[in-house]
Design a protein around this ligand. Sequence first.
Ligand code: BV8
Ligand code: ZN
Length: 260
Amino acid sequence: MNATEARRRAREIIAESSALAVLTGAGVSAESGVPTFRGAGGLWRGRNAWELATPEAFRRDPAEVWEFYEARLSGLRRVAPNEGHRALAALEATRDRFWLLTQNVDGLHRDAGSRNVFELHGTIRVARCSDCALETATEAALRDWSPGGIPRCEACLAHLRPAVVWFGESLPAAALRAADEAIRSCDTFLVVGTSGLVQPAASFAFQARRRGARVVEVNPQETPITQVADVSLRGPSGAELPALLGKEERTLLTPRTADG
Ligand code: BV8
Ligand code: ZN
């Protein structure tokens, strides 16, 4: 199947879908300037980002882990959703049954107008007390932070940590429930911008396929998920996703805001 046929087939599958589940990874935010883990984002000060995204790293050196997340948060202050994020918001607007499951902690899907969003791996925009679990906005927690410092809980003064899911930690129950419902109920499972290496998210497309859903993949590279995809679009999601939209959805594409 050549690229044109693949796009036509993918558009057909999406147009016929009345219950659409979407799984996204770092690739959907790449065109907004957010480094992926496969790309530049995989290394921070020569350290493997995945090493720093662990409870062990936080126990060992919480200040270093905060420098890592503060650097990512400050990067996010300068980015905005791209056409890919906006196209997914438009796809949701024309369907009653739609689930957006994201591995991204950047919050850009909601900024783009998506609503039924489930952050499987948490969000970098919230900080949580490692003792009493009180949550606060990370920007507020970092207001009087400086490198080497560790923001503290205003209620019990224990260390705050980013409200993200670290390796070895289980996913939020609500997000897992939503993923389970989406996999069981969807007729189409759209996978965008993920290398499909991190569990349990990496097995969702396989589960959906086993339940008879059609799988569409958008990724410039082949991934383990390609083997269960009915069609794979080998291009950037910022271009491929808008091309998947039908006439009505295109009219719903939220206009690009002044800053992006
Ligand atoms: C858990 C938040 C219960 C923090 C993240 C052995 C075997 C199997 C599993 C395990 C195992 N040992 C341990 C596990 C479990 C582990 C796991 O899967 N490890 C892997 C590495 C083997 N999983 C866990 O620990 C999970 N919890 O399982 O709990 C449990 C507990 C203990 C033991 C067993 C079970 C928790 C995992 C969550 C970790 N937190 N993030 C933070 O962000 O700092 S993971 C993080 O990395 C992201 O959230 C994401 O999930 C992952 C990165 O993957 P992608 O998003 O796909 O990004 P990547 O850069 O890799 O790829 C980008 C893709 O985009 C590429 O394919 C590229 O081609 C494409 N692309 C590029 N540009 C574009 C594009 N696509 C479209 N358009 C473009 N323009
Ligand atoms: Zn506390």
